[in-house]
Design a binder for this molecule. Sequence first.
Ligand SMILES: Cc1cc2nc3c(=O)[nH]c(=O)nc-3n(C[C@H](O)[C@H](O)[C@H](O)COP(=O)(O)OP(=O)(O)OC[C@H]3O[C@@H](n4cnc5c(N)ncnc54)[C@H](O)[C@@H]3O)c2cc1C
Length: 458
Amino acid sequence: MSYTSTRFIRHFGLSSAIACSTRDIGYLLITPAKQKLCTAAFPMAQKGSEELLAVVGGGAAGFYGAVRAKTVAPKLNVVVIEKGTPLSKVKISGGGRCNVTNGHCVEKVILAENYPRGHKEFKGSFFDMHGPDDTMSWFSDHGVDLKVFPINRCVVLQTGKTVRTASANGGKFLLGIGKQATSPIEYVEADYLLIASGSSSQGFSLASQLGHSIIDPVPSLFTFKTLDPQLAELSGVTFPKVNAKLTLESVKRNVQQFTQVGPMLVTHWGLSGPVILRLSAWGARDLFSSGYKGTVTVDFMPDLHIEDVKSMLSRHKLQFLKQKVSNSYPPEFGLVKRFWKYILDRQGLSGDDLWSSIPNNTLTSVAFLLKNCDFGITGKGQFKDEFVKAGGVPLSEISLNTMESKIHSDLFLAGEVLNVDGVTGGFNFQNAWSGGYIAGSTIGTRVSDAHLRGLDLA
Ligand SMILES: Cc1cc2nc3c(=O)[nH]c(=O)nc-3n(C[C@H](O)[C@H](O)[C@H](O)COP(=O)(O)OP(=O)(O)OC[C@H]3O[C@@H](n4cnc5c(N)ncnc54)[C@H](O)[C@@H]3O)c2cc1C
């Protein structure tokens, strides 16, 4: 029997973090602050006994991978080692607005386009093995909503422990674990190792101790600061659809351009909204190199040709000759009055001017401004809802079909520890679920196959 979240809460109370149902499934309740899990001593792998999978990181990829491996190979010992609060990011991004996957985007080629780092590689079979549909089915098959994370009851969770060192020797992995840098180190030997440590520097260090290279992490998904005092007056104004082009010049004077279409929001420090976050993600590395200085050119009317915008302005002028320019503008523009005033200011027009006094070449300039409005970027803002880092272990160093390292067999990496990041909308979690699932399936299948081979030989 499995529990829905309500049944789970009724049965175990909010303070319980884990409970084991009559099936082999337990639940880690991630909404309450306190978490408690079947904590136990590390199951040590010993010759002749079942093997041990150690998972570094109790986040989305780590838990998903651990549960999957245990489901495929029930005899495998699995321990998840988490330095902080398990599934803390799933919890942060929850609260009813949780974008844990992108249910609208199931076609793998379109899905892949949402990953500035990963888009080429993800056009292969990665999402075929476990895509957004599979993730949603996985959660609903367990009969729970996403506030409760189902875990296999024999997965052991060790919290408050940081994996500090990792080495490979004789087909095993030796992990050095300590609470703090100065704490005594406890060693664990594992047959399989899954590094799912997100964007933590300690996780990158473990991967590099095992021979992997690390692409320096830089921020992705942020807003842009601008130095336009008049723009601040538009704070809160949204544009449902703009075409925004980011132009960056590198120290070597190479010009990079990135273009996105979508909603934009003006904030009191600059520009935000999905279109800006996507530009920040696609331009993450070049923005970092340029010191977050560049230009965003916004087309506020991407569905209208400039000639149409000019004609609309001319028609409006003829119709409203005696009216002040600040009082009316073509309704087809769909703009708010505050923004129209901003455009007039930028064009050096007084709102008190009458339409009749505006020469046609000024109308042409207004049309040009509406189609090509430049904003100087002076820095990087913060976006609190979703942020990730671009960088990590290069995808070329793992096999995406198995998530196994090409450097060490039985070493797996999944989630944000890899050089993968997506735009907003659940794509980052989906990378973690897919990668964790594929790693868990590979490990579980390998263990079961070896077990069956052992039975055959016996
Ligand atoms: C505020 C915020 C909101 C977000 N909202 C969304 C969203 O709505 N949708 C979306 O798709 N993405 C969102 N993201 C991004 C998403 O959370 C990550 O992409 C995703 O969690 C990555 O999963 P992961 O398992 O790779 O890493 P994490 O979820 O970061 O898990 C890694 C875990 O490893 C632990 N760890 C690291 N190093 C060690 C070590 N040496 N020893 C032991 N433990 C270690 C960490 O404590 C952490 O718990 C958000 C991110 C943030 C910060």
